[in-house]
Design a protein around this ligand. Structure first.
Ligand code: ADP
Ligand code: GLC
Length: 492
């Protein structure tokens, strides 16, 4: 089973969110069960510099302006997985965030930058494939950045109708990001003008890259079963609910996993002391050092709630801003590591200034620090308005940092609320609230602090959380099954 995994992000080379963690962990997990996975990524400087044994495998000729010729390279990721790179300096040779320019705005040519990525992916199955010895059975794209790939396969048999018609799979990691561009681009992206219609790439008068993928891909997946249902409703579908509901038989949700090689407090090099479910002593040290690092009072008895997040509206962190005063009043502390909307950043900076010694805030992106915050905190807050899967609550479970989450998407699927029944039957792993209101969040925080004041019960729940298995082996099996079903008659 040969699968080309087309992604704009992969940890540790390029990361703006959870997609990067997934792209680093899922392909090796699939390789471990017999798949032959290779990645395709844009040639950002961090990718060209981060791969080993990089060399050229072919040349790409496209219909896209500014990218009529580009090189296709191949190299190895740090864990040995092979990664193709689209080396088109005019599109990707830009430092920093992969989508935003120095002014914080989207690059004006993002339409071409990611049309080129999709074109390159489809070219693996072209009339003249780059690598005749490695033609994928499946093209598996991720998010809007790969949305045009299924459209190229479906609509350009003159270029991409090679000897093997691949199955196309598109995974939606977040339906809020859709890749919408003006209709005038239609002449530049190499698709027939006849596809500019509702049964095609047209989307509210413009071109929708994610919409195109949702329309043309053979199979659609998203990153949790609950989110797969939610995106077929007006509340969460962001305009794509009708199309997705009409394709319900081909939409499924596969929960993300955790790479325990990276996220495990028993062998995490980024934390001051290692610990595990049988000996939580190291966690106390991590907490003391976290309090020192964030200028908090050194109080072992103060529960620390943390946030590790992009600061955007859909993460619901305005609720944390509102609830923080009360939490501090109850004797709690708060640590925030995040970056994003300027208004939210200012809100958290002010909060820290108003509560010296009780609230510590680091505005910025810091991978190593995120491990220390996980290890040193007691609770992790994820009050998202929508959350396709969410990874930080899964990391929290493994670090004995109990998640307090809003019941939505993957948060609903992964955290068992400490209600009386779940407490008695021993299945509870965290705290949930239902509506995005500060009252409901405070009630969940109140339940959490009450349990925290009963150390034996708290520790029992930590140990249960730490031993839950969200490894990648199960999701990998589900993707394998999906690939097999997407290729009728394939025997592997
Ligand atoms: P999303 O992809 O929507 O941002 P996820 O929970 O799936 O949400 O993934 C977020 C990832 O980004 C996690 O690996 C988390 O630890 C990391 N992260 C988020 N904000 C920061 C930050 N400021 N510094 C370091 N890591 C962060
Ligand atoms: C997106 C989602 C997040 C998910 C991640 C990886 O960024 O917002 O919920 O965990 O993708 O699939």
């Amino acid at each position: 089973m040969r699968v080309l995994y087309v992604t704009p992000e992969c940890y540790p080379l390029v990361k703006t969110g959870g997609l990067a963690d997934v792209s680093a962990a899922l392909p090796p997990a699939l390789n471990a069960i017999g798949a032959d996975m290779r990645l395709l990524m844009p040639g950002y400087p961090a990718v060209l510099n981060g791969l080993s044994n990089l060399h050229e495998v072919g040349e790409l000729i496209t219909d896209l302006p500014g990218c009529d010729r580009a090189r296709l390279l191949i190299g190895s990721l740090p864990d040995g997985v092979l990664c193709y790179v689209l080396d088109a300096p005019s599109l990707y040779n830009r430092p920093g965030n992969p989508y935003l320019g120095p002014d914080g705005q989207d690059w004006p040519d993002n339409d071409l930058r990611f049309a080129a990525l999709s074109w390159a992916a489809a070219g693996f199955c072209g009339i003249e494939p780059y690598d005749p010895w490695w033609q994928p059975d499946v093209l598996h794209g991720h998010d809007w950045q790969a949305g045009l790939m299924p459209a190229y396969i479906a609509l350009r048999p003159d270029r991409f109708g090679g000897p093997v018609r691949p199955a196309t799979v598109l995974t939606i990691h977040n339906i809020a990001y859709q890749g919408r561009f003006g209709a005038w681009m239609m002449g530049d992206i190499g698709l027939p003008s006849s596809s500019f219609r509702v049964e095609g790439v047209e989307y509210y008068g413009g071109i929708g890259y994610l919409k195109a993928g949702c329309y043309y891909a053979d199979r659609l997946t998203t990153v949790s079963p609950s989110y797969a249902n939610e995106i077929q409703t007006a509340e969460h579908g962001n305009g794509l609910e009708g199309l997705l509901a009409s394709r319900a038989d081909n939409v499924s949700g596969i929960l993300n996993g955790v790479d325990y090689g990276i996220w495990d407090p028993a062998r995490d090099p980024h934390i001051p002391a290692q610990y595990g479910p049988d000996d939580l002593g190291g966690k106390d040290l991590c907490k003391a050092e976290l309090q020192a690092r964030f200028g908090l009072e050194r109080r072992p008895d103060a529960p620390i709630a943390c946030v590790i997040s992009r600061l955007t509206w859909h993460k619901g962190l305005d609720l944390v801003l509102e609830a923080a005063g009360q939490w501090v009043g109850w004797g709690g502390q708060l640590v925030v590591l995040g970056t994003g909307d300027p208004g939210s950043e200012t809100g958290f900076r002010n909060l820290a200034a108003w509560h010296p010694g009780a609230v510590g805030v680091h505005i910025g992106y810091d991978e190593a620090l995120s491990h220390h915050v996980q290890a040193g905190s007691d609770l992790i807050l994820v009050p998202s308005r929508s959350e396709p899967c969410g990874l930080t609550q899964l990391y929290g479970l493994r670090y004995g940092t109990l998640p307090l989450v809003r019941r939505t998407g993957g948060l609903a699927d992964t955290i068992v609320d400490a209600n009386p029944a779940a407490t008695i039957d021993g299945s509870a792993t965290g705290f949930q609230f239902v509506n995005a209101s500060v009252q409901e969040m405070l009630w969940a925080l109140r339940r959490a602090i009450a349990l925290y004041r009963r150390p034996e019960r708290w520790q029992a729940m930590q140990q249960r959380a730490m031993t839950r298995d969200f490894g990648w082996h199960r999701p990998a099996e589900e993707y394998m099954e999906l690939y097999r079903n997407a290729i009728p008659g394939l025997s592997v």
